[in-house]
Ligand binder design. Structure first.
Ligand SMILES: [Zn+2]
Length: 203
């Protein structure tokens, strides 16, 4: 089961909230046949939810801020107490604070998840696996659309015909006879390619 963590970054003077990295670890990449596509997708989502980046790995990532071992050792050294005493002291002192932190992290994660679900047009009851599957599905769909467009472009390829560049498909060009079966259509006049260019924002 993949885990999502927030790695907070040092806050700069221009930040209106602490910058963070979205960390997705323990992702079972083998269960997905298109793992190489996921990085791009999560990068885009990371941007959407305001993360500075997305760390996406199949192994476990321990975030130092979540590890209190060093802190406890320091506390014990400073007070001359045993680690056990330091643990109890620190625990007592920071229990309420940690509860607040946990609640805040949970709220933040919940709002990130809600933002992802909204962006995907899914209802709020879905879980992280649903989000991952939807991401894979969208990416697959996008690639299939891209391939379909490429097939159309190959069909409407430019052909040199009597000193003019014409569209192969629109002119019904016959390669063997070097003739067109219908009136030659100039390549730049190909309505299909023009429509594709408009759709892809290449006017
Ligand atoms: Zn054409």
């Amino acid at each position: 089961m993949a885990r999502l963590q927030i790695l907070e970054l040092p806050e700069g003077s221009g930040d209106d909230r602490p910058p963070f990295v979205l960390v997705i670890d323990e992702w079972d990449i083998d269960s997905l046949d298109v793992s190489n596509m996921l990085n791009d997708y999560w990068d885009a989502f990371g941007q959407k939810i305001g993360a500075r980046g997305v760390l996406f790995v199949d192994r476990t990532i321990d975030i130092p801020a979540n590890d209190t071992t060093t802190y406890l050792q320091q506390a014990a050294e400073e007070t001359g107490a045993t680690i056990g005493e330091a643990v109890r002291a620190v625990t007592a002192r920071h229990l309420a604070e940690e509860r607040t932190d946990i609640a805040r992290d949970r709220d933040r994660l919940a709002s990130h998840k809600a933002a992802l679900l909204d962006a995907l047009g899914m209802d709020r009851t879905r879980d992280w696996d649903d989000i991952g599957n939807a991401a894979v599905g969208l990416r697959k769909q996008r690639d299939e659309q891209g391939e379909a467009i490429e097939r159309v472009r190959r069909l409407h390829q430019p052909v040199e015909h009597r000193g003019q560049t014409i569209c192969w498909a629109c002119s019904d060009y016959d390669f063997a006879g070097r003739t067109t079966d219908s009136a030659p259509v100039a390549y730049e006049q190909c309505g299909t390619l023009r429509a594709l260019d408009v759709q892809q924002g290449q006017t």
